[in-house]
Design a protein around this ligand. Structure first.
Ligand code: SF4
Length: 400
C-alpha cells in the first residue's frame, strides 16, 4: 500500500470544514495534548486558533530548541537547467514560456558550486526542470559524482523517477530528495498541469516512497501555497509526512513552506495565505511534529523570515538564485529559447536580451526571490538572533 490509497480515504474536506468552524474550547483541548492527531492539527490551524498564536509560538519555540538546539541549517539551490517538458501554470520554466534557457555543463556547474563553497555553504540542493533530453539521469549522476568529494550533503529537486533510476544517483552521493506535490487538490492539480508527465498526480505523490526505496535518507515534501485552500494543503502535507514517518522511518522528513512568487507567465495566485496564517502554520506543524525539519526559502521577505525563524524554522536557503548560472554567469554564452524540444538561437544584438547590469546571467529564473540578502548577511542575522548558522546538513562519515 502506498500513500495514495491512504490519501484517497482521508476525510480531508470534512476536516477543513471542522477547522474553519472550530471553537476556542476545541483549540484549548488540542493544545493540552502531548500527542496530536490530524483532527487536533485541524484545530490548531483554525481561525479560532489565531487568537492563541502567541501561546502556540512560545511552545513551538521551546520545543524547537529542545529538539534541534539553537542552530539553523543553511543550504543553497544550484539550478542546473531551466529546460522543461511540463506546462505548470504557476512556474516560469513552463515549456511554453518563451524564456531564456540553458543547461550548465559539468564545468559550469562546478564553477557555480565553487562560488557557493567560497560563501560558506556545504549543503547543496541541485535543481533542474524536467527534460530528459537536456537533464538525463547520466548527467545528474555525473554532476553528483563531481561534487561528492567536496560537498558532504547533496540533495536533488528534479523530475520524479523510477526507483531503479534513483539508485545510481544515491550511489554517486546524493542523500536527499525534495519533491513538492504543488497541490494536494486533484482538480486544481489537473487544471494547473496542462502538458507533460507531471500531469500524473499519483505518480508524483508516490515519489518520496520510490526515493526512499532507492536509498535517499532525507525526504522533503510540501504543497505550493497559493493554489488550493491553505488549510486543505496543510492537512494533506501533515497526513503525507505522518505516512512517511511511519513507513520510511530511516529517513529524516522535512516540510517546506513555499508561497507562490511572481514568475515568467505572470500567473496570479488562486488563493491567499496571509503572513499571520503562515506563522500559525509554522507553530502548528512544530506542535504536530516535534522532530520534523521545517524549511523556509528566500521566497519570503527578509523581515518575515527573521520573524518566523524563532517560531520553529530549522533550515533556510540564503543568497539564492533561481536561474542556472545565476551565481557566476556560467553558461551565459549558450542562452537560447527552446521550441518543441529544439534549441532556437537568439538573434544577435537583439536589445531585448541585452545584459542586465545587476545580474550575472540573463537566463530566466524560476521565480523572483524576496529575501535578497547575501548568505553572509543571513548568517550574521541568525547569529544576532542567538542561533548558530550551520552550513552542513549531514555528514555521511558520521553514519558510515
Ligand atoms: S514546476 Fe517543475 S515541472 Fe513544472 S514547469 Fe516548473 S520546472 Fe517544470
Amino acid at each position: 500500500m502506498s500513500f495514495v490509497s491512504e490519501f484517497n480515504s482521508l476525510p480531508l474536506a470534512p476536516l477543513v470544514e471542522k477547522s474553519k468552524a472550530a471553537a476556542a474550547a476545541a483549540v484549548r483541548e488540542s493544545l493540552s495534548k502531548s500527542k496530536l492527531s490530524l483532527a487536533d492539527f485541524a484545530n490548531l490551524i483554525s481561525p479560532a486558533a489565531a487568537e492563541f498564536l502567541e501561546q502556540m509560538g512560545r511552545r513551538s519555540h521551546v520545543m524547537t530548541q529542545q529538539r534541534f538546539g539553537k542552530v539553523v541549517r543553511l543550504f543553497a539551490p544550484l539550478y542546473l537547467s531551466n529546460e522543461c517538458v511540463n506546462n505548470c501554470s504557476y512556474c516560469g520554466f513552463s515549456r511554453d514560456n518563451p524564456i531564456l534557457r540553458v543547461t550548465l555543463s559539468l564545468e559550469e556547474m562546478k564553477r557555480e558550486a565553487e562560488e557557493l563553497k567560497s560563501q560558506g555553504f556545504r549543503n547543496l540542493l541541485l535543481v533542474a526542470g524536467e527534460h530528459p533530453k537536456f537533464v538525463s539521469n547520466n548527467y545528474l549522476r555525473d554532476c553528483i559524482a563531481a561534487l561528492h568529494a567536496d560537498w558532504p550533503s547533496v540533495s536533488l529537486e528534479v523530475g520524479p523517477m523510477e526507483t531503479e533510476d534513483y539508485r545510481p544517483l544515491v550511489a554517486a552521493g546524493a542523500d536527499g530528495l525534495v519533491v513538492y506535490q504543488e497541490t494536494y487538490d486533484r482538480k486544481i492539480y489537473s487544471e494547473m498541469h496542462t502538458a507533460g508527465p507531471k500531469r500524473n498526480f499519483d505518480w508524483r505523490l508516490e515519489t518520496p516512497e520510490r526515493a526512499y526505496a532507492a536509498g535517499f535518507r532525507r525526504l522533503g515534501i510540501s504543497p505550493l501555497y497559493g493554489l488550493a485552500d491553505w488549510r486543505f494543503e496543510a492537512l494533506s502535507v501533515v497526513a503525507h509526512a505522518d505516512y512517511l514517518l511511519r513507513n520510511c522511518w530511516k529517513a529524516a522528513v522535512t516540510i517546506s513552506l513555499p508561497r507562490l512568487r511572481p514568475c515568467a507567465g505572470e500567473f496570479q495566485p488562486l488563493t491567499h495565505m496571509t503572513d499571520r496564517d503562515l506563522a500559525q502554520l509554522v507553530c502548528a506543524l512544530r506542535l504536530m511534529f516535534p522532530d520534523v525539519g521545517l524549511t523556509l526559502s528566500t521566497r519570503e521577505s527578509a523581515r518575515l523570515r527573521d520573524g518566523l525563524l524563532p517560531l520553529g524554522i530549522t533550515m533556510m536557503s540564503a543568497g539564492s538564485h533561481t536561474e542556472p548560472g545565476g551565481y557566476t554567469g556560467a553558461g551565459k554564452e549558450k542562452l537560447h529559447q527552446t521550441v518543441r524540444g529544439r534549441i532556437v538561437e537568439l538573434a544577435s544584438g537583439a536589445s531585448e536580451w541585452a545584459p542586465q547590469p545587476d545580474r550575472a546571467t540573463n537566463a530566466t529564473g524560476q521565480f523572483n526571490i524576496a529575501d535578497e540578502r547575501s548568505a553572509g548577511e543571513v548568517a550574521e542575522l541568525i547569529r544576532k538572533l542567538g542561533y548558530e548558522p550551520v552550513w552542513k546538513d549531514w555528514d555521511a562519515a558520521l553514519t558510515a
